[in-house]
Design a protein around this ligand. Structure first.
Ligand code: COA
Ligand code: ZN
Length: 307
C-alpha cells in the first residue's frame, strides 16, 4: 500500500492570514491536537518580523508552551538568518526558508528581489548552518503563478532550484502554488521536470492553495507525477497576506479522506484530526473550506477507514 506524507501547515500558513490575533493558548491547543492525530511533520509557525506578520508575534511563547512531541518533526518558516537563529535558539532545526520565484512576490513578501533571497540562503548555509546543522526546506513561493507577474515560466523555477543546489545538495523544495491558480497539468509538468532533473539531489513536496477549486485535482496530479509528500492545512485555513486574492490551503481532512479512500496510508487518525479541524474552524474570522466538515462525520470516518 502506498504511503503518503501529509505535512500539516495549519499553525503557520493557516493562521498567518487571520487578521484577529489568535491567543497563544489556542495556537498551542491546535498544535497539540494535530500531533495527537498522528501527524509526523508540522509547520508550527514562523519566525518572521512581527511587523510583517503580527499573528506570529508570540512565536517564542508558542514554542515554549508546547509539550514534548518526540514523534513529530517541528518545522518553522523563516525569511532570513535572523529567523533561523531565533528558531535554532529554541532547538528547532527543521526550517523552511521562503523564496518566491518571482521578484514581484518576493519584494512584496520579504522586501527584496529573488536573487537577494538566494544570497541570504547562501549566507545562511555557510554562516549559520555549520553550527546549527539545519534541515532546510526551501518554500518556492509563486512556482506556478504570481499575483503581480502572472504565470511563472517553468524554466524560472527550475533555474532557481539548480542554483540553490549548487549551494548544497540534499535540500527539500516545496513547489508552492501560493495563489492557488495552478492547473493539474502545470503541477504534473513542473513536478516531472523537477524530479527528472533534480530527483537524485533533492526532495520535493507540493504546497497548494485551493483558490480555483483545483486543490484536490492538483494533489492527484502531484501523486501521478511521483510526489509522496504534500502540505495541507486543517479545515483549509490559510493564505499569504502578501498574495492578494489567494485563498486557503487544501484542507488536510479532504486530502486524508481521499487518500484513505484510494487505499493509501497517511498514518493519520482522521477522527482525531477532525478534532484539530474543529479547533481551527472555531477561530473567530477563520475561513474554513473543508468538504469533509460538511459531510455527516460518522459517514466520512467509516468510508475513510483504512483497510
Ligand atoms: N524575526 C523577528 N524580527 C525580525 C526578523 C525575524 N526573522 N527579521 C527582521 N526582523 C526585524 C529587524 O530586527 C528589524 O527590527 P527593528 O525595526 O526593531 O530594528 C525589523 O524587523 C526590520 O528589519 P529588516 O531587516 O529591515 O527587515 P524588513 O523590514 O525589510 O522586513 C522581513 C524583511 C523578511 C523580515 C519581513 O518582510 C518578513 O518577516 N516577512 C515575512 C513574510 C511572511 O511571513 N509571509 C508569509 C509567508 S510566505
Ligand atoms: Zn501557502
Amino acid at each position: 500500500m502506498d504511503k503518503v506524507e501529509i505535512v500539516e501547515v495549519g499553525p503557520r500558513d493557516g493562521l498567518q492570514n487571520i487578521p484577529d490575533f489568535v491567543p497563544t493558548e489556542t495556537k498551542i491547543s491546535l498544535i497539540h491536537a494535530i500531533a495527537d492525530a498522528g501527524v509526523t511533520r508540522m509547520e508550527i509557525g514562523s519566525f518572521v518580523s512581527p511587523k510583517a506578520i503580527p499573528q506570529m508575534k508570540d512565536m517564542d511563547a508558542v514554542v515554549q508552551g508546547l509539550r514534548p512531541m518526540p514523534n513529530i518533526v517541528k518545522m518553522a518558516l523563516v525569511p532570513n538568518s535572523k529567523g533561523a537563529r531565533r528558531a535554532f535558539s529554541h532547538g528547532i532545526k527543521d526550517l523552511e526558508m521562503v523564496i518566491s520565484m518571482t521578484d514581484g512576490h518576493n519584494n512584496s513578501n520579504v522586501g527584496r528581489p529573488t536573487s537577494a533571497s538566494l544570497d541570504d540562503l547562501n549566507y545562511l548555509l555557510s554562516e549559520v548552518d555549520p553550527e546549527a546543522k539545519l534541515n532546510l526546506r526551501i518554500g518556492l513561493a509563486t512556482s506556478f503563478h504570481c499575483p503581480f507577474e502572472g504565470l511563472t515560466p517553468e524554466a524560472t523555477t527550475l533555474y532557481n532550484i539548480e542554483k540553490m543546489l549548487t549551494f548544497r545538495s540534499g535540500l527539500e523544495f516545496a513547489l508552492a502554488d501560493t495563489t492557488g491558480m495552478a492547473t493539474p497539468q502545470a503541477v504534473k509538468s513542473l513536478t516531472k521536470q523537477a524530479l527528472k532533473h533534480f530527483g537524485d539531489s533533492a526532495t520535493f513536496v507540493f504546497h497548494g492553495h485551493d483558490t480555483s477549486g483545483f486543490g484536490i485535482a492538483n494533489i492527484l496530479a502531484g501523486l501521478e507525477a511521483g510526489l509522496r509528500s504534500f502540505d495541507t492545512s486543517v479545515a483549509g485555513l490559510g493564505g499569504c497576506p502578501y498574495a492578494p486574492g489567494a485563498s486557503g490551503n487544501i484542507p488536510s481532512e479532504d486530502v486524508i479522506y481521499l487518500l484513505h479512500r484510494m487505499g493509501m496510508q497517511t498514518g493519520i487518525d482522521l477522527e482525531k484530526l477532525m478534532l484539530a479541524s474543529d479547533i481551527a474552524a472555531s477561530i473567530p474570522s477563520a475561513i474554513e473550506a473543508s468538504h469533509v466538515r460538511k459531510m455527516p462525520r460518522e459517514t466520512a470516518l467509516k468510508l475513510a477507514q483504512v483497510a
